[in-house]
Write a protein that binds this ligand. Structure first.
Ligand SMILES: NC(=O)c1ccc[n+]([C@@H]2O[C@H](COP(=O)([O-])OP(=O)(O)OC[C@H]3O[C@@H](n4cnc5c(N)ncnc54)[C@H](OP(=O)(O)O)[C@@H]3O)[C@@H](O)[C@H]2O)c1
Length: 169
């Protein structure tokens, strides 16, 4: 099963200058809960935006960089894959696993026809950003879970966690 995991603002924006546009600890906690124990697929820019290699997750990184490949050759927790076709082969070989795709836009866009589940965080605010989430066809999905949260001492914006499953054909 393939799950997209991401957070977006009211304008579907997801990134700025290689980072997240907001600070929302509750969403980081939610991200960890969903992805822990599963492989996480991401683009190179998302990988380099991580503060460190995340524990309990194999990082599958799409990148054409030979230097990055060399750097992580002996690291069993990071796999650098140079093309979408090789990424598709990797997904096919691991189709028994629950695979999380964590962005950015180019990777979501490449895999959107085959995603089964969407784990979206809607942040009810608008930020300055330079990366927007790829357009998804929401009519192919149904909402199976949602929870709305008001701002609190640690989280400055209202936000909602939504889970969508692809409808049966
Ligand atoms: N809000 C969220 O939930 C969320 C989630 C993820 C990311 N983000 C944010 O989004 C931004 C990064 O996203 P992004 O869309 O700009 O970049 P990205 O998808 O993370 O990475 C793009 C890179 O991936 C590699 N790549 C993409 N398609 C490829 C292909 N077909 N073949 C080989 N390599 C390919 C290339 O790496 P090389 O240049 O090395 O070849 C490309 O430069 C950051 O600001 C990040 O913080 C936000």
């Amino acid at each position: 099963m393939i799950t997209f995991v991401w957070a977006e603002d009211k304008k579907h924006q997801i990134g700025i200058d290689g980072h997240l546009p907001w600070r929302l600890p509750a969403d980081l906690h939610h991200f960890k809960k969903i992805t822990y124990g599963h492989p996480i697929i991401m683009g190179r820019k998302t990988f380099t935006s991580l503060p460190h290699i995340l524990p309990g997750r194999t990082h599958v990184v799409l990148s054409t960089s030979q230097q990055l490949k060399k750097e992580f050759d002996s690291n069993k927790r990071v796999l650098i894959i140079p093309s979408i076709s090789e990424l598709q082969c990797w997904i096919h070989k691991h189709e028994n696993l629950e695979i999380c795709v964590i962005g950015g836009n180019s990777v979501f866009s490449a895999l959107k026809k085959q995603v089964d589940c969407l784990e979206k965080t809607e942040i009810k605010a608008t930020f300055t950003a330079d990366v927007t989430m790829t357009k998804l066809n929401y009519s192919d999905f149904k909402i199976v879970k949602r929870s709305f949260h008001q701002p609190d001492n640690l989280n400055s914006y209202p936000y909602e966690f939504l889970t969508y499953m692809r409808k049966e054909k």
